[in-house]
Design a protein around this ligand. Sequence first.
Ligand code: 6PG
Length: 241
Amino acid sequence: MPNVQVFDTPEQLARAAAQFIADLAKASTEQRRFSIALSGGTTPRRVYELLATDEFSRQIDWRATHIFFGDERTVSSTHPASNYGMAKAALISRVPIPSANVHPISGEGDPRTNARDYVDELKSFFAGSNKPRFDLVLLGMGEDGHTASLFLGTAALQERNAWVSANWVEQLNEFRITLTAPAINAAKNILFLVTGEKKSLRLAEVLRGPDQPEKSPAQLIKPDNGLLIWMVDKAAAQGLE
Ligand code: 6PG
């Protein structure tokens, strides 16, 4: 059973997530380095802002921290929809992380080429490993049950081997570049952040309903040999007994 933690407010959830990340960064950098894949969307922005404040930033050895991304939209890094752009504004530009430690997914140009380039980047970072063993993958969940850019009905849901997919999302009429479920599931820790009443029905289906990942792709996330934590606020947790 996944570990589900319920918080009264999104702010309390964001602070708990920031402290969880700082603690994990400390524990991981003692063993050399800390690798984290960030999620996009609006929920994690506050977490990134908190990590950039003195309170949390001082707890993290940024020289040993490597920032990756769980998914990216096919836009330039300065576009408001860019996940890298959001993380840069909220976090990366505010902390002393070496630029070589930031590993964005390019959203410009051919998505298939960019997906291949991201795989190459991951393979060189996780050299010698047959899976990307992130210390932490952060995820959100949409009202429709998607996570990262694993959307309902898309080809990436069928991936069993590839680490990254240039995933055509018919309902958005665009490509997204995304880590696949097997790549995410190889992580040592996976943390979902979910807030808001609008997600409560889907959250209950994902956590308490039958296994139907084709309906709720978030159900594809089951770490092979790691920890899965859901931090949710009270509003999102309404459907959980
Ligand atoms: C993205 C994501 C995506 C996101 C969910 C939830 O790039 O949009 O990584 O999977 O986490 O859509 O987004 P919110 O937190 O904004 O609801």
